[in-house]
Design a binder for this molecule. Structure first.
Ligand SMILES: [Cu+2]
Length: 240
């Protein structure tokens, strides 16, 4: 049996979009390192200027620091920067939990990756290859595995990337909020065609998505019935 990492479910009604959290934290990191970098550059430039050699052969005569100021120069910056590190780390931990806690109200799609395609299966049995259609305004969860080697399902626009592996079930979720198209690419080298292992997420208005899913179920069901094979889609297409 495949080893599954059980997904944590977020409290009802809570949707903490990881993409928004990722962008917020990344922005925060950029701001912080810019401030720290500028601060260091200014202090260093000032020291260079202040303690420059003014006459040829001049030797420095800086008075030794008092113990209090030596300790102050070491300890205060450490606490300032550590505080910032801890602040960023705490926010990173929160963001990680947002990535792991999947909203309860979601569309769950199975994904089997292989050399070289992304094969999706919807809850009603409809299958799709390389193009994942999803409704706008609903969190989407992928439960992933691989039939051969390692792949990584990466959707840059939604800031999600997760490995799929044979013998394991991993997951990711994202929150498509408005109709549009987003690139999917494989982010784990998987073979000579790795670079061509691209697909897309197509976000449709909810009604359009429902219509597509039903039409697809009917079509795939009819095809399977004609071929004499029972698939979940064939079952789903039969009127209850
Ligand atoms: Cu791949």
């Amino acid at each position: 049996m495949a080893m599954a990492y059980e997904a944590a479910t977020a409290p009802a009604g809570r949707i903490n979009d990881p993409a928004a959290g990722y962008d917020r934290l990344w922005h925060e990191v950029l701001v912080d390192i810019t401030i720290i970098g500028v601060l260091f550059a200014v202090v260093m430039a000032w020291f260079l200027f202040r303690y420059r050699q003014k006459k040829p052969g001049e030797v420095g005569t800086a008075p030794p620091l008092s113990v209090a100021s030596a300790v102050g120069w070491a300890v205060i910056p450490i606490f300032l920067f550590l505080a910032d590190d801890l602040y960023l780390a705490a926010n990173g931990w929160k963001l990680w939990n947002d990535y792991r806690e999947v909203p309860a109200d979601r569309l769950e799609v199975k994904l089997e990756s292989g050399m070289y395609s992304w094969d999706y299966t919807y809850p009603n049995g409809v299958q799709a290859q390389n193009v994942l259609r999803v409704p706008a305004g609903k969190p989407v969860m992928l439960r992933m595995t691989s039939r051969d080697t390692l792949h990584s399902h990466y959707i840059p626009d939604f800031r999600v990337k997760e490995d799929s592996m044979p013998g394991r079930v991993t997951y990711l979720w994202f929150y498509p909020q408005k109709p549009g198209e987003h690139i999917v690419t494989c982010a784990e080298y998987c073979g000579v065609m790795h670079g061509y292992m691209a697909g897309k997420v197509v976000v449709l208005p909810e009604a359009e998505f429902k219509a597509w899913l039903e039409a697809e179920a009917a079509q795939q069901g009819a095809k399977a019935a004609a071929a004499g094979t029972a698939t979940p889609a064939a079952t789903a297409a039969k009127p209850a």
